[in-house]
Design a protein around this ligand. Structure first.
Ligand SMILES: Cc1ncc(COP(=O)(O)O)c(C=O)c1O
Ligand SMILES: [Zn+2]
Length: 368
């Protein structure tokens, strides 16, 4: 039987849609035992739902899917290093957030929920809105007023109620939390079911590498929902005896908003307030990551690190990727700028995996 649990105060809660955090204020995780029947996986269509026994949805009838996932893992050369890049900008809504949304909104459907609320820098909101549309669930999406117009239009195209908030990403989250006192909170940062979707990134890499693991993954950190999902996925594979070692996780932040970089380099267990500056990498402009402690633990556990990139490096990489045939959004270019930095620093030969997280068409204004 699955339960929510709090790693901060060790409390357990039965699963219910209104429970989005612990009474101590901390985020919750999900107690769940995944299974990995490889022969069954191989017989299924190449979507992230082929890992069905490892995804915590009870009934197949609850699944809201658009055949998402199993994105290509393509070798791209960066200054003489061949890196495997997961093409997560090829999801139905144009970003990897669909991994989390398909699972979280399927759970909402399983719970019989008719309306949800979510806050986002735009992409998670688009993904939640799309899967809600698929499931006939109403939703209110709160976003900062300066979110890329492509994302705002996309959210409304799915029929969601768009709530633009004058103020920061943090102010936007506050507004959504107020609404969450009455409407179930389909939060990609707080709700652990989202991480049980993003973890499929790890399963896909494992399968696409012939059931092996890379040495290192270079991933973005905003709220860390991909970073933590990947950690969870490899942790589950290790616990089930499917792999021997969890790869090193390297996180990338913008120098304009780097709470994890600060905490990692100061040796803190939690993130602390930072002074946030403007950045074109809107998806990682997160000053107060909900799961900061958990991200720092994942970095420690895997021998990873956090690197920061400048606005100039992001812009240069965005242009460079376009010239290679990949029109990604600035937030995704930040990860690749960090990847290049990592490749320059590393001394030994490693198998490195990274990702293009979002489609450039979503933020043409910022790209311009
Ligand atoms: C395109 C893109 N990449 C990366 C991220 C960072 O994701 P996370 O908050 O899961 O760390 C986001 C978040 O919105 C995003 O939209
Ligand atoms: Zn607690």
């Amino acid at each position: 039987m699955e339960r929510f649990f709090c790693s901060n105060c060790k409390r357990f809660y039965s699963l219910e849609p209104a429970r989005w955090r612990c009474d101590c204020g901390s985020y919750l995780d999900l107690e769940f035992e995944p299974k990995f029947p490889i022969q069954k996986f191989l017989k299924r269509t190449p979507t992230l739902w082929r890992y069905r026994e490892a995804i915590p949805i009870r009934s197949d009838q609850s699944i809201l899917s658009m055949n998402e996932g199993f994105t290509p893992l393509e070798g791209i050369e960066f200054h003489g290093n061949l890196v495997l890049i997961k093409m997560d900008y090829l999801f139905p809504t144009g970003s990897y957030k669909d991994r989390g949304a398909t699972v979280l909104i399927s759970k909402m459907k399983e719970w019989g929920i008719q309306k949800v609320v979510e806050d986002s820098s735009g992409n998670a909101g688009s993904a939640i809105a799309a899967y809600c549309a698929k499931g006939g669930i109403a939703c209110e999406i709160y976003v900062p007023h300066d979110t890329s117009s492509g994302k705002l239009i996309q959210i409304q195209a799915y029929g969601a109620i768009l709530k633009k908030v004058e103020g920061s990403r943090e102010k936007t989250a506050e507004k959504a939390m107020e609404a969450a006192s009455k409407i179930p909170y389909a939060s990609h940062c707080w709700n652990p079911f989202f991480l049980h979707g993003t973890k499929t990134f790890a399963f896909e890499v494992w399968e696409q590498m012939d059931w092996r693991t890379p040495d290192t993954l270079v991933l973005p950190i905003g709220h860390g929902t991909l970073f933590l999902g990947v950690h969870l996925g490899f942790k589950e594979l290790k616990q089930a005896g499917m792999i021997k070692r969890i790869p090193k996780l390297v996180g990338i932040q913008s120098v304009s908003c780097a709470p994890l970089y600060q905490a990692f380099h100061k040796g803190w267990k939690e993130t602390r307030p930072i002074e946030k500056k403007k950045t074109i990498a809107e998806g990682i402009a997160i000053a107060e990551p909900v799961r900061g402690r958990q991200i720092l633990e994942a970095i420690q556990e895997t021998g990873g690190e956090v690197l920061v990139v400048t606005e100039e490096e992001i812009k240069g990489t965005l242009k460079e990727m376009g010239r290679k045939g990949h029109f990604i959004e600035p937030t995704s270019a930040a990860t690749i700028a960090g990847l290049k930095k990592y490749l320059k620093e590393k001394r030994r030969k490693e198998t490195v995996v990274s990702t293009f997280t979002g489609m450039g068409l979503k933020s043409t204004g910022k790209v311009l």
